[in-house]
Ligand binder design. Structure first.
Ligand code: AMP
Length: 282
């Protein structure tokens, strides 16, 4: 696997490799797990060349402490990428991405999608995500961008970014990889204590119960039950919602005429976890 710290060198290599090859791109913040590797594997299945990036982007952290504590495991990340036959890793420094600093950066108008859920609870987060992915897309010029459904709202935001850029890059959204007890894989899981780790599978259990009770109870009741279950164990949910999976319009109750998604964000201690489930009709 080739490793590049500089966009120019990455570009030179990509130009030499490109010819008739298709490029798949998997942007990450490192501390890789099987969820990330599933994206690399799918990218390998669909594209000739797969580029992964690892960059912990300061502009998308609304909480500086979260940025400081974000796990960094570059050496084992590199080993995992080699094992997954990733072709190239782009590993830029902060001033390589933000050569003019991070004080005055572009702003994207993406409307409603930035005003709810992650957008309203993590102010500025999606602007930061778009600022970095804009630069990464310009560096890699991929044919296909591979994203995880784990960050469902982020996928919608990045589709908007691609629209705004008039880019031809296609977006593939891939399923959430879970631990055997249902916990969605996440780099932040590494920070959980053993005690916290034993509790957090409740998040997925709540999502499953929201799905299971769609023809049984009103969502208001199920939502309250989920808040109670999580809060009783010391979690502090930011939101437990049901939304239209196409538009992210928040729903007061189940609506079988729509494709629905349940989304949860919760703190456990100072660690914030998110998860979601697209509801199957039952
Ligand atoms: P991150 O490193 O958290 O920024 O994630 C990089 C990419 O991996 C994003 O597209 C995420 O949605 C995706 N991802 C993170 N966790 C998972 C997971 N458990 N399953 C599938 N994809 C994931």
């Amino acid at each position: 696997m080739k490793i590049f710290n500089k966009k120019e060198l990455l570009n030179q290599w990509l130009i030499s490799e490109r010819k008739l090859s298709s490029i798949g791109f998997v942007p990450t913040m490192g501390a890789l797990h099987q969820g990330h590797i599933s994206l690399i594997e799918q990218a390998k299945n669909h594209c000739d060349i797969v580029v992964c990036s690892i960059f912990v982007n300061p502009t998308q952290f609304n909480d500086p402490k979260d940025f400081e504590k974000y796990p960094i495991t570059v050496e084992s990340d590199i080993e995992m990428l080699i094992d997954a036959s990733c072709d190239a890793l782009y590993l830029p420094a902060i001033d390589e991405i933000y050569s003019d600093g991070t004080q005055t950066l572009e702003h994207y108008d993406i409307g409603y999608i930035e005003t709810v859920l992650e957008g309203s609870t993590r102010l500025g987060h999606f602007q930061g995500v778009m600022q970095v992915v804009n630069r990464l897309l310009d560096a890699v010029l991929p044919d296909v961008l591979f994203l995880g459904q784990k960050d469902f709202q982020q996928c919608m935001v990045l589709k908007k970014l691609i629209e705004i850029k008039n880019s031809l890059t296609k977006v593939e959204v891939l399923p959430i990889q879970r631990e055997t007890d249902g916990l969605a894989m996440s780099s932040r899981n590494r920070r959980l204590t053993e005690f916290q780790r034993a509790i957090v599978p409740l998040i997925y259990k709540c999502l499953i119960s929201i799905e299971a009770q769609q023809n049984v109870k009103s969502f208001e009741i199920v939502q309250k039950e989920c808040f109670d279950i999580l809060e009783r164990k010391g979690l502090k949910p930011d939101y437990i919602v049901l939304a239209d999976a196409e538009t992210l319009t928040l729903l007061d109750d189940y609506d079988s005429n729509r494709k629905m998604i349940a989304l949860i964000a919760t703190f456990i201690g100072d660690i914030r976890l998110i998860d979601n489930l697209i509801l199957q009709k039952n």
